[in-house]
Design a protein around this ligand. Structure first.
Ligand SMILES: CC(C)(COP(=O)(O)OP(=O)(O)OC[C@H]1O[C@@H](n2cnc3c(N)ncnc32)[C@H](O)[C@@H]1OP(=O)(O)O)[C@@H](O)C(=O)NCCC(=O)NCCS
Length: 159
């Protein structure tokens, strides 16, 4: 399936939250609740996005913020049955582009050290590991800190 030609990415709204929460609940052991998403929808620095299929169903979302030149990805998930079709990559690419256009110099995130899928996705896209937060998650798992640096990647692309 040529997923990307049929997928639209647009700003998340309050009306999306039921579907977003269903994806959130199937994706995480400690999911965000409605208030977490409402905070993102209200924040002036946040620009949460959803990916929708041709039937207007939400199949993924991403919650980024851009404050001055620092972007941050707080949340990302793709509906389970749509995983492995580069939708995660599409959402991250969109955020990188929006942050670049908005004057960002870096985009950072935290990811569970056991989440090999997400780490693989971020590494493939040019993020690098910048550190660790010990016992960051509820189960005492470490967070890997990762960062995408626009200067580094522009140099790479130019070579
Ligand atoms: C992480 C997540 C968003 C990835 O979305 P996705 O649409 O399935 O990922 P993509 O198809 O875009 O994958 C792109 C790249 O990610 C990596 N990747 C994907 N699945 C992988 C796996 N099972 N193991 C290792 N790397 C994997 C690969 O580098 C892949 O590139 P490739 O297709 O060229 O091999 C999705 O798995 C998800 O929603 N997981 C649950 C929530 C979550 O963990 N969110 C991230 C929190 S930090």
């Amino acid at each position: 399936m040529d997923t990307h030609s049929k997928i639209t990415i647009r700003a998340m709204t309050d009306a999306d939250l039921e579907e977003v929460l269903a994806i959130e609940n199937e994706s995480f052991s400690h999911p965000w609740n409605r208030d977490h998403f409402l905070d993102e929808l209200k924040s002036v620095h946040a620009f949460p996005l959803v990916a929708i299929d041709p039937e207007e169903s939400i199949i993924g979302y991403i919650c980024p913020r851009l404050l001055l030149d620092e972007g941050h990805i707080l949340n990302l998930a793709v509906r389970r049955k749509f995983r492995g079709q580069r939708l995660g990559q599409l959402l991250v690419e969109r955020v990188l582009n929006d942050c670049r256009v908005g004057g960002g110099s870096t985009v950072s995130l935290e990811v569970r050290q056991s989440n090999k899928t997400a780490i693989g996705l971020y590494l493939q896209m040019g993020f690098v590991e910048t550190g660790r937060r010990r016992n960051y998650y509820y189960n005492s798992e470490d967070a890997i800190l990762m960062e995408y640096n626009f200067d580094d990647n522009e140099v790479d692309n130019a070579v």
